[in-house]
Design a protein around this ligand. Sequence first.
Ligand code: GDP
Length: 535
Amino acid sequence: MTLSDVSTDSAARPTGLESEVARRRTFAIISHPDAGKTTLTEKLLLFGGAIQLAGQVKARGERRRTRSDWMSIERDRGISVVTSVMTFEYDGRVFNLLDTPGHEDFSEDTYRTLTAVDSAVMVIDAAKGIEDRTRKLFEVCRLRDIPIVTFINKMDRETRDPFEVLDEIEKTLALDTAPITWPIGGGRDFLGTYDLRAGNVRLMNASGDSHEDLVPEEGIDALLAGRGMSAIRDELDLAREACPEFDLEAFRAGTMTPVFWGSALRNFGIKDLLEGLGTFAPPPRDQAADRRLVHAAEEKMTAFVFKIQANMDPNHRDRIAFVRLCSGRLERGMKVRHVRTAKQMSLHTPQFFFAQERHIADEAFAGDVVGIPNHGTLRIGDTLTEGEDITFVGVPSFAPEILRRVRLEDAMKAKKLKQALQELAEEGVVQVFRPVDGSPALVGFVGALQLDVLQNRLANEYGLTVGFEGSQYSLARWVAAETARDLEEFLEANRTATAEDVDGDPVLLSTSNYALNYVKEKWKKLRFTDIKEVQ
Ligand code: GDP
């Protein structure tokens, strides 16, 4: 596989636009906390030449060491968790790394961010293997067939047996593994990696990754003997014989992952990973809209909103809508159609974000992510086009795991609360369910941290002091039916347990799994889903 095999993917006759699109790689890192995502991000940026900015990533990493630290930042600055975009160039490619919030809560933002990437790097702690959150995030990637590149980190520490780690990936994730490199030793004895295809060894040296420190195949025996590690030779031979060949098609289909080993902290293996990502990971993919499939290299610009961020600047009550470009070129000042309202909007100040910094974007291409300041016009899932009436599908909302009623300290402010909840729901901070029988609204959260965030934001931005009360309901499911009549019949029969979400879509409220299953049994024609995708 050479680089040019891949970069011509969507460029039958390369034009400026086509080659700009073809050289983009938009990805996220998925991992369990502490596996080394922050460290790896920083090192990728270093290799990508964004050295002066790497410190910021670190600072951010340190800042969110604990939940309380993070919450105090949140309070002090009035910002919510930042999903930023880091763009760097390496070897002629443009990499957009979409950062996902680092805190431990299950977060809708994280999941929505995954709708905006074309591939993901899965970072695994070599001593721990597949952990909880990695598995959850992986499942979301699988739903969307997002190709995964695996980086097994912390090889400089005590590790598990490499075969065992691969076996765990295969068994728990049902994902074939194709190691591209193989670790030689581990912990204090970690020498470097063996390139399974080229047959040479890359040694780790004091400064970490050095492509000069290569030992050719014929020197390996002497190298291992010199370090008292001759026994490893058998393992290398076995790895070479037993591991399946990397298959680009299987990778692109999301059923096989290339595996790299290294140490983000020691700077080792990063370059291999980056080159692997550049070579294997797909350029911006075709994106499904309601009426047709949109190709990334089409001339006309299209984009969708996958995240809204309020209060990036506490002095201005603006909201930034993060949009992922699906096709064409965005130019500063261009007029676009906001499909949901059928209105035109001008993109006066589209912005690129880098960690905490922003810059005006003069132009951007399919695969890129830009922020568009607005005052609440743009919502999650919205589509922007140059005029065409299409809507991208697939930006999900997740059924809440926590349902509460809001208790308002000052009952006179009920109307204000309603407005505030509507705004925050549109932004994706909370889900609001209004029971059709007129009883007070319920708020839904996917992670416990969201309760604190909502409480803070209501206090700081709307001057509303609230508490939360339990509700008889613990589950909410979106209801879908084949025909309008089926749906009506259901809603009529279940008036006391149905609500509308922020878009007016019907939701069943349930007191328990048992009750939910009962309804499911009774209404077999209907679907009760815990993920709602913008249709
Ligand atoms: P995150 O929570 O996934 O972002 O993880 P961090 O990048 O913050 O790393 C968690 C801890 O593991 C930090 O103390 C890092 O210094 C450490 N760490 C990260 N990568 C490595 C590595 O390759 N080797 C060793 N020994 N420690 C590492």
